[in-house]
Design a protein around this ligand. Structure first.
Ligand code: FAD
Ligand code: DHB
Length: 394
């Protein structure tokens, strides 16, 4: 078997890359370890930056999103039981945030690929990348039917997430790893209840950070800061609602509507970047190369930004043999990655509470008040939050 690009992983990075290559007439095979239903049911991110929404439009994957997603023109910051609206569209020349969950994007992209009759194999196992530093790389794997397969290709796109095999294929002495673990985790909750807000609420509270988000007019999404080693078993539904009420509470009579909690999970928070994002004919994209703490909702958006660059570079090479974009892929992608890392970290520090550090707590309040009162500070926050592509480019 042979293809032009072997794509490892059918998360947002792999699926969107596959779609871009399809539209450019480049052949690809996507190999995914999990089953289709597992991938489509995995609950993760929910906020799309303006440019990610535009990309989905360009790729013709926007039909359901246009019908079902809510478009947000602002967000709310809460602290000291007060609320402050940040008018992000107004301050960024009209950039909005679109609420459409990751698994819906994944579903739409899988449906489009299957409708095009293009190769997408689920349930593959034991994926090994061979000869990535030669001109004839190969992917060996065990297919879902148990047969051993060899896929010859021109390039391999490592879109297999943080725990994937692609990054580990690159010799350790070639890579520099940058890493930071935070002393917090997020307890994420999905509840069958109408959201008590139209826009996202980011709350900074002495008991810890809380976020009120949403998935639809009937489903709310919440996150609570918890200690990194927290046991989910200690979080009854009643305790979750009580904590949300406390952390989101205001003095102006706002109330939180409660409903049935359908899922709960705990996610560790880390910053991680590997450099370079390429080795020979292997190119990493998305979580395979970097992880951001979730506070600024950049993970999915960065994955989309990476594969847009990678698709351009690959298509240029296949069209003309010009490899300048491919050679520059890692540097190009890393500019946006470090910008997003910096903002994700600063938004995390701004909103979370470390009880051991009272000085920090005072500094956070000074910064929060600055962001909510200075138009320049608010504008800078918004430019980063909506992911203006110019941010950080020199
Ligand atoms: P993934 O989505 O991880 O996809 C990688 C795919 O590769 C998976 O389908 C995996 O099964 C497959 N795979 C792995 N190993 C192999 C292998 N050896 N062979 C074949 N296939 C393989 N981001 C936000 O912006 N906001 C959020 O609220 C948010 N919440 C999150 C919550 C959780 C629990 C997690 C884990 C992440 C969250 N993120 C969030 C981050 C965001 O979901 C990721 O940044 C995004 O999924 C990255 O997409 P990706 O395609 O690079 O990786
Ligand atoms: C969501 C997650 C985030 O990390 C965020 O900043 C905003 C929204 C969400 O899952 O809805």
């Amino acid at each position: 078997e042979r293809t032009q690009v072997a794509i490892i992983g059918a998360g947002p990075a792999g699926l969107l890359l596959g779609r871009m290559l399809e539209l450019a007439g480049v052949d690809a095979v996507i190999l995914e370890h999990r089953s289709q239903s597992y991938v489509e049911g995995r609950i993760r991110a929910g906020m799309l930056e303006h440019r990610t929404m535009r990309l989905l439009e360009e790729l013709g994957l926007d039909e359901r999103m246009r019908r079902e997603a809510a478009v947000h023109h602002g967000l709310e910051l809460r602290f000291d039981r007060q609320r402050y609206r940040i008018p992000m569209a107004e301050l960024t020349g009209g950039c909005t945030a679109v609420m459409y969950s990751q698994q819906e994007i994944v579903r739409d992209a899988i449906a489009a690929r299957l409708a095009s009759g293009l190769p997408l194999e689920f349930g593959v196992d034991d994926v090994r990348l061979d000869g990535v530093d030669t001109d004839a790389p190969k992917v060996r794997y065990r297919a879902a039917d148990g047969s051993e397969q060899v896929l010859a290709c021109d390039f391999i796109a490592g879109c297999d997430g943080f725990h994937g095999v692609s990054r580990r294929t690159i010799p350790a002495d070639v890579l520099t790893v940058y890493e930071h673990d935070y002393p917090f985790a997020w307890l994420g909750v999905l509840a069958d209840v109408q959201p008590s807000t139209f826009e996202l609420i980011y709350a900074c509270h002495e008991r810890g950070f809380a976020l009120h988000s949403m998935r639809s007019s009937e489903v709310s999404r919440f996150y609570l800061q918890v200690p990194p080693d927290e046991d989910l078993a200690g979080w009854s539904d009643d305790r979750i609602w009580a904590e949300l009420r406390l952390r989101l509470g205001t003095d102006d009579g706002w109330t939180l509507a409660e409903g049935t909690i359908s899922t709960k999970s705990i996610t560790a928070m880390r910053s991680f970047v590997v450099e370079p994002m390429q080795y020979g004919r292997l190119f990493l994209a998305g979580d395979a190369a970097h992880i951001v703490p979730p506070t600024a909702a950049k993970g999915l958006n960065l994955a989309a930004a990476d594969v847009r660059l990678l698709a351009d570079a690959l298509c240029t090479w296949f069209e003309s043999g010009d490899r300048a974009l491919l050679d520059g892929y890692s540097d190009d992608a890393l500019r946006g990655v470090w910008r997003a890392q910096q903002f994700s970290r600063s938004m995390t520090s701004l909103l979370h509470h470390s009880p051991a550090n009272p000085m920090e707590w005072r500094l956070q309040h000074a910064e929060l008040k600055h962001v909510c009162t200075s138009e320049a500070a608010m504008k800078s926050f918004c430019e980063n939050y909506v992911g203006l592509p110019a941010a950080g480019r020199i």
